[in-house]
Unconditional design. Sequence first.
Length: 115
Amino acid sequence: VQLQASGGGLVQSGGSLKLSCAASGRILSISATGWYRQAPGKQRELVAVITSGGRPTYVDSVKDRFTISRDSAKNTVNLQMTSLKPEDTAVYYCNVATYHGSTFWGQGTLVTVSS
């Protein structure tokens, strides 16, 4: 199974983008689905995650600006980003974790926020 992330691009500060991540097949026993990001020269960090029960968690820096959602029927997970800031600039990766310990990563999509 492969994850395909899309929706990145260049946006001005204060703007919005919606990232989507689609799985090429069905992944069984998903425990959580999330979005990570990695800015130049920095470590990859968790941005948002949604559990199999539907509970979302966000890193403090994106709370009230980003919303994670999933569509299980379509095998997709989305990240709606609003009020974007230059510090949100990074490559964003989607991630799926299973109860069996497997982890799947998307290829990354670049988000650039200009000031």
